[in-house]
Write a protein that binds this ligand. Structure first.
Ligand code: 7TS
Length: 405
């Protein structure tokens, strides 16, 4: 089916509403995406028709719920081209997946070992590694960026050594939109025997990563950035790594046998899935993946690229407006400031005109420190945004500028 943005918008009930008396222009997709009716329906259907706990009942409802939840895991596996279903761990989201891995590495690291992160990371891909370093005595090293907000690979190469045990980098920067050359980063890390975790929180709504082709060791993402619900996500780990890592949490459903003397753990993926999970969330994650694939990632990328180009041209034409993150490989995120105006003030005025953008440091304070700014205004576009919405943003930013100068 040809890509028709007006038809697609009809799938999202929220896009029909008004904010402050104006049609909603939702440009905060990097924070969370909106949800199509099919995803909302999948949650309602579960609670209305087959709500039961999974993996434990012989009764029919439990079986139906288990089949739907495990069906979603299979969809995730196929979508990301993961070799085996049990390499998909269902989590509460990206942050949970990162902490699970960081916690698991505690017993494998010692003083003298090094961990590399990039200067483009979200706090959730910095803080857990700092905590890991505190626990183990390992040292954190940082791949720097250039003025365009692009990682300097020659500096990364210099940081790599036989002491490097782990490398963590996001696929796409949430604050700037830079797409990182993860295939190269992974290859370089593997040459020195280091494992790599890629944070895909920002990428999976824009592109379809092939995890086997990337040969990545761990990959994490959140369903809510991909038209799915909040509170659910995915951790992919290579089987050999997941077998090596200890469980993150103890509880029901993650055991093989429990006595007061000793507990043995269940196999993958259950070893990492203690307790009753977000069942409706997992099922809806599967529905979101089906929905995105029904639109098609080639179409999504092409449309978003056009929006990015158009919005970049239009915003750049505003005097004193500076865009941060100007690398060639970039997704549909524009972070900007107008000289002499606080980003929060712009965000507040454009909200009055129905336009949702994020302002602030975007949980990436080191990037703001690099540019010596308090924060930015960030407009992040999804496949359901339109050229007319870009025009509305540009007009609103011009109005804000007039009011504030
Ligand atoms: N990593 C990146 C690159 C992110 O962009 C985010 C969330 C996270 C990790 C954390 O994801 P969570 O689902 O576990 O919370 N980023 C943003 C953002 O840019 N604006 O709000 C949340």
């Amino acid at each position: 089916m040809a890509f028709n943005v007006q038809e697609i918008r009809k799938d999202f009930p929220i896009l029909q509403r008004e904010v402050n008396g104006k049609p909603l222009v939702y440009l905060d997709n990097a924070a969370t995406s909106q949800k199509p009716q099919v995803v909302i329906d999948s949650i309602v259907d579960y609670y209305s028709n087959y709500n039961a706990n999974i993996h434990r009942g012989v009764h029919s409802l439990s079986q139906e719920a288990t089949d739907a939840y495990e069906g979603a895991r299979k969809k995730i596996q196929q979508h990301f081209n993961i070799k085996q279903t049990h390499e998909v761990i269902l989590t509460a989201g990206t942050t949970h997946g990162i902490n699970l891995v960081a916690n698991g590495f505690t017993e494998f690291l010692k003083k003298g070992d090094e961990i590399i992160v990039s200067a483009l990371e979200h706090h959730s891909n910095i803080v857990p590694w700092q905590m890991l370093c505190e626990r183990t005595g390992a040292e954190l090293k940082v791949i720097p960026i250039d003025e365009k907000g692009v990682l300097i690979l020659s500096e990364y190469e210099k940081l790599l050594s036989e002491n490097t045990k782990l490398v963590f980098v996001n696929h796409i920067s949430n604050a700037l939109g830079t797409i990182n050359p993860i295939a190269e980063i992974i290859k370089m890390a593997h040459k020195v025997g280091a494992a790599v975790l890629v944070d895909g929180a920002q990428s999976c709504s824009h592109i379809k990563p092939d995890l086997q082709a990337l040969d990545v060791d761990f990959y994490v993402t959140s369903a809510h950035k991909m038209c799915g619900p909040t509170g659910v996500g995915m951790l992919y780990g290579k089987e050999e790594w997941l077998n090596k890592l200890p469980p993150y949490q103890g509880g029901g459903e993650m055991i093989a046998e429990v006595t007061f003397k000793k507990t043995t753990y269940a196999g993958l993926p259950h070893k990492f899935e203690a307790g009753t999970p977000n069942i409706s969330g997992g099922i809806a994650f599967g529905a979101a993946i089906d929905y995105l694939n029904s639109i098609g990632f080639d179409e999504i990328e092409a449309h978003e690229h056009k929006l990015l180009q158009y919005a970049t041209e239009q915003l750049t034409a505003i005097e004193d407006l500076k865009i941060y993150g100007t690398g060639v490989d970039k997704t549909s995120v524009i972070s900007f400031n107008i000289e002499g105006i606080h980003p929060y003030d712009i965000g507040t005025i454009v909200d009055k005109l129905g336009i949702a953008v994020r302002t602030g440091h975007h949980c990436a304070q080191p990037i703001m420190e690099f540019y010596k700014i308090p924060g930015t205004v960030r407009a992040s576009f999804a496949f359901y945004n339109t050229k007319e919405e870009v025009d509305a943003l540009v007009a609103a930013v011009k109005k804000a500028k007039t009011m504030l100068t």
